[in-house]
Design a binder for this molecule. Sequence first.
Ligand code: HEM
Length: 179
Amino acid sequence: MKGIVFTEFLELVEEKFGLETVEQIIEQSNLESKGVYTAVGTYKFAEMVSLLTNLSNLTKITPEVLLKTYGLHFFDVLVQNYGSIIASYKDPMELLSSVDKHIHVEVRKLYPDAELPRFQIIEQTDDKLVLIYNSSRSLYAFAIGLIEGSFRYYDETATVNYELLKEDGSSVKFEIIKK
Ligand code: HEM
């Protein structure tokens, strides 16, 4: 997993829960990296799972809620760091239907070692998009946050329904309906 996902995560944890919480979850997580991340480095996905699990235990907030909140915030990080990619889309529906075929393809060129999900388009109209998320990392709640973040960025709103196609969350159907 790319370092930017860790650095921004720990920054948000510090902002919401304080530096002590950051230090506590790093200590509890037994990390190979020792919790020292650079944005362009690559680290084991298992480290994110440990940090998230320990944060969830400490705050009593479910990993799903934490990930969704982080996804919402991460969209703003993407705007700051990859603004030119996002600027090529006129609205969130167009952007979301291009993640798999364009956006993550560009990301892969920048970072050949990126671990990216797949999004299969099932249905697409002006105000409805049905996607199937597939990833062994089961970060579907992070995806929901990113989807909501993209609507917020364009000053639009949507209803996002989801259905786990596999119990472990590695395959999830999203139904995005523009309001
Ligand atoms: C300019 C826009 C975007 C850029 C530059 C971008 C880039 C990235 C990067 C760098 C990662 C980390 C890969 C790794 O850690 O190895 C990632 C992961 C991810 N991206 Fe994107 N992304 C963008 C938009 C989106 C959007 C709009 C969605 C939601 C539909 C999305 C869904 C995800 C998910 C769910 C992951 C986590 C990995 C997984 O689930 O397997 N991305 N993306």
